[in-house]
Design a protein around this ligand. Structure first.
Ligand SMILES: Cc1ncc(COP(=O)(O)O)c(C=O)c1O
Length: 399
């Protein structure tokens, strides 16, 4: 696909999919792949989920877009449902995760501004974080590989080591406005933040008048077996960015806030043309219908255990390929011994799709609707991939 009219920004696999059915993707040549990449944690309900297809096509036949100049009943309804299900009192809808983060960052700065602390604009973040690719979110993520060549880094982000809460406390200055963290780092290599650390961050924010911002763009919407990952810790933020899974494949995101945190977000201070449009809202509501149905999240927890136990057995059998399993829910990582891209290719040869992440990890992010049989099939394919790599190492050694 290279040499095309498109920016060369993506290292694409030489695969083009024609359609999807649940956890399966079918190429234009009719080959079937088991999809444990899930569009990078986006296809929360798999491909072509009948309830989502009906919601989208039903809305498409009625009304696509009117802008936020007018009332959008489906937007109001989705906002109310998110408020009902979370810590939040207010919601702003966006088109992507990065925009949801931009909204959270702006909301935090504006909060301090209207509370009479305009000098407080800095935000503390953590190494290995990923918050998006806009100028502000690459500064928040702090990763050199994403910042290089993009001019002066947006001012106002102070980064400390992953899970180093003492360092976070030391980094607080009279200019600090907020602390921003992914409860489970995704791109950084599937690294859950310990409950105790999230609790300490909450205490630090309360003590110093800071806002706590959670980025649940990847780990939210049922991915960890609760609607939001932070629920496991019993800690609530003041602001939260979500995206990916809430749209099930339709581009959308949202920034959730408490009433107090949203104090500064008054008429005219922020906006979006497309965010919260009727198509996205119809799909978002349909995703919640399924994820919030009785027993759905409990079943995600059960299936996650099945997958994790199976993966641990594969890791035990092939320690020269997989060093260990990390993560929680259906957000699991294989910590690789050999380069993760090589392992990923071996899985792809088995027609199993996964996603490389930082820290030499392979991410497994199947749809939350994955079946027990599909989990069994994925484990079989991961085992075959690992065996193939082990055999290749042995053959090389025997030369
Ligand atoms: C935790 C997290 N935050 C933010 C983003 C950015 O989302 P988007 O790519 O929709 O802008 C991502 C995307 O991978 C993410 O994983």
């Amino acid at each position: 696909m290279s040499g095309s009219a498109l920016y060369e920004t993506f290292a694409r696999a030489p695969l083009a999919f024609d359609h999807g059915e649940g956890t399966w993707l079918v190429t234009d040549k009719g080959e079937r792949y088991l999809d444990f990449a899930g569009g990078i944690a986006v296809n929360s309900l798999g491909h072509s989920h009948p309830h989502l297809v009906a919601a989208l096509t039903g809305q498409a036949a009625k009304l696509w877009h009117v802008s936020n100049l007018y009332e959008i009943p489906e937007q109001r309804r989705l906002g109310e449902r998110l408020v009902e299900a979370t810590f939040a009192d207010k919601v702003f809808f966006t088109n992507s995760g990065a925009e949801a983060l931009e909204c959270a960052i702006k909301t935090a700065r504006r909060y301090q501004f209207v509370k009479g602390n305009p000098e407080r604009f800095r935000i503390i973040t953590f190494e290995g974080a990923f918050h998006g690719r806009t100028l502000a979110t690459i500064a928040a993520g702090g990763q050199y590989k994403y910042l290089e060549g993009f001019g002066p880094k947006v001012e106002g982000f102070d980064q400390v080591a992953f899970d180093d809460i003492d360092a976070a406390e030391k980094a607080i200055t009279p200019e600090t406005a907020a602390i921003l963290i992914e409860p489970v780092q995704g791109e950084g290599g599937i690294r859950p933040v310990p409950t105790q650390s999230l609790k300490r961050l909450r205490q630090l924010c309360d003590k110093h008048g800071l806002l706590l911002i959670f980025d649940e763009v990847q780990c939210g919407i049922g991915r960890t077996g609760k609607l939001f990952a932070h629920e496991w810790a019993g800690v609530t933020p003041d602001l939260m960015a979500i995206a990916k899974g809430i749209g099930g494949g339709f581009p959308m995101g949202a920034c959730l806030a408490t009433d107090d945190a949203a104090t500064g977000m008054t008429a005219g201070v922020h906006g979006t043309t497309f965010g919260g449009n009727p198509l996205a809202m119809a799909v978002g509501n349909a995703v919640l219908d399924v994820v919030l149905a009785d027993g759905f999240l409990e079943d995600v927890q059960r299936k996650a255990l099945l997958l994790k136990q199976g993966l641990a057995a594969v890791a035990d059998e092939f320690p020269e390929i997989i060093e260990g399993i990390r993560g929680t829910g259906l957000m699991l990582g294989l910590k690789c011994v050999m380069p993760n891209n090589k392992v990923n290719m071996a899985l792809r040869d088995q027609h199993l799709l996964a996603v490389p992440a930082g820290d030499n990890v392979i991410r497994l992010l199947p749809p939350l609707t994955v079946t027990d049989e599909e989990i069994g099939e994925a484990l079989k394919r991961i085992r075959s991939g690992a065996k193939g790599l082990t055999d290749a190492i042995a053959a090389e050694a025997a030369k």
